[in-house]
Design a binder for this molecule. Structure first.
Ligand SMILES: CC(C)(COP(=O)(O)OP(=O)(O)OC[C@H]1O[C@@H](n2cnc3c(N)ncnc32)[C@H](O)[C@@H]1OP(=O)(O)O)[C@@H](O)C(=O)NCCC(=O)NCCS
Length: 187
């Protein structure tokens, strides 16, 4: 189903994505509405993102808008078990139980900048990256884990679905099927 246009118009050319480096690590407020680091996004960004990046366990991009840092997103390769996909939308293949995916390991828009549709554009950028990867090495889904009700609302609005069978876990696995967009590329 096509999404509605973003309600606030931002200048899409104003976004920048720079890989995190030791010398380029802005101060970001990643806490939640209650001022808590309930999903450990602050701790990850401040203490672990660079180390994980150096170990090629996840690439962190500083997101800028008009040169001002507004957040970060950490991406890696992953997979999703086919049983987690809604049965009627499950790709039919007998070749293994795991489908290739890109994972949004962490994603945070600085607290002051939330709710201005920046997140929506960043998600589009992630989609574009996943589609590019997909043409080269195969990547059918984007996945993520979150427990924040507002983030769940955000992802649901952008057509992410809950994985089947993880309802009791604290962090919910959500997925997005890139296939409709990939079909448009290859036509
Ligand atoms: C979730 C998040 C990345 C979305 O980015 P954003 O720039 O705020 O999102 P947008 O402005 O494009 O969309 C706003 C939507 O996000 C949701 N949202 C989540 N947290 C929000 C917040 N603190 N303020 C406003 N909207 C928020 C709402 O559903 C809102 O939808 P609505 O306009 O229908 O009310 C961002 O709010 C954030 O960093 N939250 C805290 C960290 C987090 O939960 N990250 C996801 C874990 S992987």
């Amino acid at each position: 189903m096509p999404r509605e246009s973003p309600k606030i118009l931002v200048d899409i050319t104003g976004f920048g994505y720079q890989k995190l480096t030791f010398n380029h690590k802005p101060n970001l407020d990643c806490t939640d509405k209650l001022g808590k680091d309930s999903q450990c996004l602050q701790k990850f960004f401040d203490k672990r993102a660079l180390k994980n990046q150096d170990a090629h366990l996840g690439m962190t991009y500083i997101i800028t808008y008009k040169k001002k840092p507004i957040g970060y997103v950490t991406l890696a390769t992953a997979n999703i078990n086919k049983d987690a996909i809604f049965s009627k939308a499950r790709p039919s293949t007998r070749d293994g139980a795991l489908f290739p995916a890109m994972i949004i390991l962490d994603f945070c828009i600085d607290k002051k900048s939330r709710g201005k549709t920046y997140g929506e554009y960043v998600l589009m950028w992630c989609n574009g990256l996943a589609r590019t990867v997909s043409e080269k090495i195969g990547c059918r889904f984007i996945i993520l884990y979150t427990k924040d009700p507002d983030a769940i609302r955000f992802y649901t609005k952008h057509n992410y679905q809950f994985a089947e069978g993880n309802q009791n876990d604290k962090f919910k696995l959500m997925y997005y099927d890139l296939f409709p967009e990939l079909l448009k590329i290859t036509i």
